[in-house]
Design a protein around this ligand. Structure first.
Ligand SMILES: Cc1ncc(COP(=O)(O)O)c(C=O)c1O
Length: 450
């Protein structure tokens, strides 16, 4: 299941890395190899207690294994363990971070940008909302009901008033509802999600931009999960139009640790206007001596940050350039195609009730049943039955309004419906889909346990 052959390249690369420091007096770190060996074996045993995330039969939560080039580059960088807070802590890795982030900004069509990597989508969104607070006059922060919970929570942290906006039947922010709020309230920032966590729904950013012309507000784009679909050429027209408006947003968040083949600990925040870096101004009497050039810590809320994450991202972009039509883009397109194939199967199946057609690569469905409660019970049973057949899915609680729109024939004996959910993010999912479907069908035919 794991790529092990490539580990020898790490050893070769370490030799080259060491050559850069050969002027130094010889120094050999003490490692106690026998104990190291024993502990590592124990760690490997402990790690067996996991769902098989890298395997194509893991088709549940938003998980995609890091690319081998990212894993190896990360490990290689660990031997230096640079800290990208300041050039004092990581010169090469800071330069690589700036290049990798510039490539991401280019992907979104930003002509100017200021940005950096961070721990993940939560911190990246916190930072974008903090900049929004510094930049804007007072007013509400709005995000859709299907936006990630982090926005409401971070508004609490930042003491910003937050309100959610209802969604349409596709799970996208409802434009009439948004305009209604804009007419009544003072709104500082609208958060548009390009790819919601539950459904992969894409808020109509192009329409939000039209409302911005009329009402004037800041736009932050949360593309933590969906951002890399910028490169896909096979999205539906409305979805494409939303991505096409990204370059007009004031800030964008994307997580290379979701669709960008990176180990966890790699989010990215971008500001379109580099002068907003002024909000970060701070005194750090211990750092920033080694260069007059911008230190990334001068434009980041976090202090220490892993240089290894930047190195891994840089190496991955080198291996798989982020260009339309390239191998990386084709894998993203394949993920969307696979999701559409699964959706088509579910829509035709006697056992299942499909949710909306996937805009990106998340598929949601429940069970054909007389009522919401019965469908929910069966969904849980299929979730368990599929896991017994080594197919790992996720579950989702679908709120009343969406359940009513998607599955009107289910008797409303409960407020919500439990649905099955699958994020088909791995390129291998395309080839494995028949085996996924076979297991789904077998699990659905299994008689309910007493
Ligand atoms: C749209 C969106 N925003 C933000 C986040 C939070 O990101 P993280 O888990 O990297 O902190 C997620 C996580 O799934 C997400 O899907």
């Amino acid at each position: 299941m794991f790529e092990r052959n490539a580990l020898r390249y790490l050893d070769e690369a370490l030799v080259i890395l060491e050559q850069g420091f050969q002027e130094l007096p010889k120094f050999t770190p003490a490692v106690q190899p026998e104990r190291l060996h024993a502990v590592l074996q124990e760690v490997a045993q402990r790690l067996q207690d996991n769902f098989p995330y890298p395997h194509p039969l893991y088709a549940g939560q938003m998980l995609k294994p890091p690319h081998p080039v990212a894993q190896l580059a990360y490990m290689l960088a660990q031997y230096i363990n640079p800290n990208n807070h300041a050039l004092d802590g990581g010169r090469a890795s800071s330069a690589m971070e700036k290049e990798a982030v510039a490539n991401i900004a280019r992907m979104f069509g930003y002509e100017t940008h200021l940005g950096h990597l961070c721990a993940g989508g939560t911190v990246a969104n916190l930072e974008a909302l903090w900049v929004a607070r510094q930049a804007c006059t007072q007013g509400l922060v709005l995000a859709s009901e299907q936006a990630h919970y982090t926005h409401a929570r971070m508004c609490e942290v930042l003491q910003l008033p937050f309100q959610s906006v209802v969604v349409d039947a596709a799970g996208r922010m409802d434009m009439n509802a948004l305009e209604g709020i804009l007419k009544r309230e003072r709104v500082a920032t609208v958060v548009a999600t390009l790819g919601t966590t539950a459904l992969g729904a894409v808020d109509p950013l192009h329409e939000i931009m039209q409302l911005r012309e009329r009402y004037g507000f800041r736009v932050h784009v949360d593309a933590a999960y969906g951002g890399y679909f910028m490169l896909a050429d096979n999205l539906d027209g409305t979805t494409r139009a939303a991505f096409g408006a990204a370059a007009q947003a004031d800030s964008i968040v994307v997580d290379p640790h979701k669709h960008g083949l990176q180990p966890y600990g790699c989010g990215c925040v971008l500001l379109r206007n580099p002068s907003e870096g002024r909000f970060y101004r701070h005194e750090s009497p211990y750092t920033y001596f080694t260069s007059a050039e911008l230190h990334l810590g001068e434009i980041s809320l976090e202090c220490s940050r892993p240089g290894a994450a930047a190195v891994a991202l840089w190496a991955t972009q080198r291996f798989l350039p982020m260009m339309p039509g390239g191998e990386f883009a084709r894998d993203i397109e394949a993920a969307h195609r696979t999701a559409l194939r699964l959706h088509r199967h579910l829509a035709d199946s006697e056992h299942y009730l499909a949710g909306p057609a996937p805009e990106l690569d998340i598929v949601v469905w429940t069970m054909a049943a007389p009522s919401r409660q019965a469908a929910s019970r069966r969904a849980q049973a299929v979730f368990d039955g599929a896991a017994r057949r080594q197919l790992h899915l996720a579950l989702l609680r679908v709120p009343n309004q969406l359940a009513a729109a998607w599955w009107p024939r289910l008797a409303r004996d409960a407020e919500t419906v439990t649905a099955l959910r699958s994020c088909l993010m791995k390129p291998e999912h395309a080839e494995w889909l028949p085996r996924i479907i076979e297991r789904l069908e077998t699990a659905a035919r299994e008689p309910p346990s007493a």
